[in-house]
Write a protein that binds this ligand. Sequence first.
Ligand code: 3PG
Length: 413
Amino acid sequence: MSDVDVAGKTVLLRVDINSPMDPQTKEFLDVTRIRAIIPTMNKLKSAKVVILAHQSRRGKYDFTSTLGHARELGRLLGRKVQWVNDIHGERAMQAIEQMSNGDILMLNNVRMDDDELLKGDISTLSDTSMVQHLASIADVFVNDAFACAHRGSASIVGFTSHIPCIAGVLMGKEIKKLDQALEQPVRPCLAVLGGVKIDDSIEVAQNMLRNNIADEIWATGGVANVFFHVKGIDIGKENIDFLIKAAEGAWDHVVDIATSLLANFPEKIRLPVDVAVNVENNRVDIPLDKLPFGAPIHDLGIKSIFEISTAIKNAGTVILNGPAGVFEHNDFALGTFEILNACAESNAYTVVGGGHTATLVTKRNLAKKMGHVSTGGGACLDYIAGRALPGVVSLESSAALFSMELTKVTKSK
Ligand code: 3PG
């Protein structure tokens, strides 16, 4: 962005301000991702900024409009942020046409539009009406949505060949910080993978092991439960049902990958030796041979917490993503909190990714003790695992296509 003068231009800005929400009140539990786009917003002060953003996924309790995000951004910036209940229809296009330099307009949740859910290559996605309509009114596309750069959706890659696409400040910062970890990884490098996005995490584990990035994968949370199941440990119906739902249709795929990882890298996959189950809202620590216990597994057991914390303290590099348990419930937050404490105390270069994990780091005041707290979850892991991120590939392709135009924009400074 520092090479481009956007004054007076209409800038389409894709951000990832997908934020955790209270299930009842729908109030934000953390606004780190909204705060993280401020440097880019400041660089765009003299442009007309049209913001494209998503919140959650269809069918989830936190799949809401972006009105709250617009209000919060306005509050953080101390500037007016208009919002329109539309994405690329008549109302949105009219609102964009009426903008003056310095105005900010946020469009509604882009995942409410079917075009955003379409799967396909860049050329298919550039043909969608959403992309065509929005590209027709914008001069430049700025991608600051590092956290969803791993999604090849229309709002991320569709503009590649329509208008010059450039990286926002946050996008640039994330890539620089992650490259630091990749260029000089101090061994041993541990990936501590938890959370409930088990389909993403299992693929990341596969890439990290195949590409020799991680020396060990320490599985926690839902990821550990998948491996238990694949190893033939009966974790009980309630836990299996939960995993199948979390896999969102990819359960067989998840099981296939986990099976092949256990077969090919048995000594590199480290599993908990005990778990904590939730019995009528009370924590009960049990060894694995007591499973199935007829209760949901909600945390690592004490012995496992000790083992994993020791490994983190002795590591050279730690990549942490996803909580180890149901940290929202005090009794089951122990694993997650102790892992974070171990990362903060370790001399290892620690990269913390993932919405929830990063939120906890901020809340527990540990950010300064980590190497890098990424705003990305899956995107951060995919990047570290050596996968090309569609959002980044799109920026590179667009730069190659529009280098002349970008030079002209620069010269007009
Ligand atoms: C995230 O929270 O990791 C990003 O916003 C991407 O969300 P997604 O996994 O729903 O695509």
